[in-house]
Design a protein around this ligand. Structure first.
Ligand SMILES: Cc1cc2nc3c(=O)[nH]c(=O)nc-3n(C[C@H](O)[C@H](O)[C@H](O)COP(=O)(O)OP(=O)(O)OC[C@H]3O[C@@H](n4cnc5c(N)ncnc54)[C@H](O)[C@@H]3O)c2cc1C
Length: 379
């Protein structure tokens, strides 16, 4: 089968590596190749456990063992990360995965795909003025996926987070910082990497302008991380799919001769905005479905395996970022080792949302009550 993959980010390159290894004829399209895509670059422990392909990339990451959390009122707590988070430059992760793909036999076309048209059971794909024919096409082209737009529909505004931030040059502490800005359903992150860091803020689309987000970020940095304001820095802005429960329920990610994976499919945790794990995993699920000769089972496999978890996360979003909840979370974490462990596990990707409520109830009835009260009031 001839397979065209639009986008050589994490999902596309990993899929190409898996399919190339199976002897499929694979062409990857990406005009940028490996690039410093706007991202925290935080790779959870569960990703390293789940995807052996990352073994050879471990040493390219910065390993961080502690997190500082800052509440809307400025209260703070330190959380030791029982399992560390690894943070990587996206350019180096992209180069690593692209190398796996081309080594497995995938061809890379450094062009943007400008159109794809069904033609007699096949696809005619146009890129860089040249036409290509494929039996199967994959949209791995990120949050603003043109493939998604042409085969299904773009994400609704309420299903998208707008994020802005900076890459700041320099060497910084091995500490991950998470801040909860008042009135924003999102958080500020500071993720140190080798030679630079990624710092940013996210909020639901339409809630706050990009300019206002930069202002909130600058204010936070001046107050809580002045060392980050002095280095040479480059601004970025990007979208993150963050699907609501309705968005997840009505989502469509494939048919008999096409599929969407990674961000293009909307597979991102709407609370932590972790998408790297899901980019890898959705590529694996699609490659398994294609291997079995039944592409349609890909979407069912995602719905079975992780959509219920994303849907539970979507249920928690507003409660989690309610300033009363985050303030209490930070204050109580400062005093309570058990709640620090729940948070560390959430960041490591080890704490599922299905059991989050029970874990919080076990360790901190007051906090769980706040979350439940918020959900009840909403509901
Ligand atoms: C600011 C920010 C911070 C984040 N932080 C984290 C984090 O710390 N940890 C985490 O797990 N997740 C994080 N995420 C989410 C994570 O970045 C994504 O989930 C992940 O990159 C998804 O991988 P992907 O391969 O699906 O898409 P991408 O990595 O976006 O790759 C898509 C590729 O498609 C290419 N492309 C686009 N259009 C075309 C076209 N027409 N033709 C050909 N190629 C095309 C692009 O050049 C790009 O290389 C963050 C996201 C943002 C925006």
């Amino acid at each position: 089968m001839r397979i065209g993959i639009v986008g050589a980010g994490i999902a596309g390159s990993y899929l190409a590596a898996l399919l190339g290894g199976e002897g499929q004829e694979v062409v990857l399209f990406d005009p940028k190749g490996p690039w410093e895509k706007p991202c925290g670059g935080g790779i959870t422990h569960r990703s390293f456990e789940a995807f052996p392909v990352l073994d050879g990339f471990r040493d390219a990451c910065r390993t961080v063992h502690r997190m500082r959390m800052i509440a809307p009122g400025g209260e703070r707590c330190q959380v030791p990360l029982t399992v560390p988070v690894r943070i990587a430059s996206r350019e180096s992760l992209g180069a690593y995965l692209l190398d796996q793909a081309t080594t497995a036999g995938a061809a890379l076309v450094r062009e943007r795909v400008s159109s794809m048209v069904p033609n007699d059971g096949q696809w005619r794909v146009l890129a860089g003025g040249q036409e290509y024919a494929f039996d199967f096409v994959v949209g791995a082209d990120g949050a603003q996926s043109a493939v998604r737009r042409s085969l299904f529909k773009p994400f609704a505004g309420e299903d998208v987070t707008v994020s802005v931030g900076y890459w700041v040059a320099g060497e910084f502490d091995d500490e991950l910082v998470i801040g909860f800005p008042e009135g924003i359903t999102g958080y500020i992150w500071i993720f140190p990497r080798d030679g630079h860091l990624s710092v940013g803020i996210g909020a639901p689309m339409g809630a706050v302008s990009g300019q206002a987000l930069f202002a909130r970020l600058d204010e936070f940095l001046t107050q809580h991380a002045p060392d980050v304001t002095t280095g040479e820095r480059v601004r970025f802005g990007a979208l993150i799919p963050s699907l609501t429960r309705q968005g997840l329920a009505s989502n469509r990610t494939g048919g008999s001769n096409w599929a969407l994976i990674g961000d293009a499919a909307g597979w991102v945790d709407p609370v932590t905005r972790e998408g790297i794990y899901y980019a890898f995993r959705s590529a694996e699920l699609l490659s398994e479905a294609l291997k079995e000769g039944c592409a349609e089972t890909y979407e069912q496999a995602c719905r079975r395996e992780f959509v219920p978890e994303l849907s539970k996360a979507a249920f928690y979003v507003e409660a989690f970022f309610d300033p009363r909840v985050s303030a209490r979370l930070v204050a109580l974490s400062d005093e309570n080792a058990a709640i620090r462990k729940v948070l560390a596990d959430l960041i490591a990707g080890e704490q599922g949302y299905g059991t989050l409520k029970q874990e919080l109830l076990k360790v901190m009835p007051f906090l769980a009550k706040d979350i439940l009260r918020h959900l009840f009031q909403k509901g």
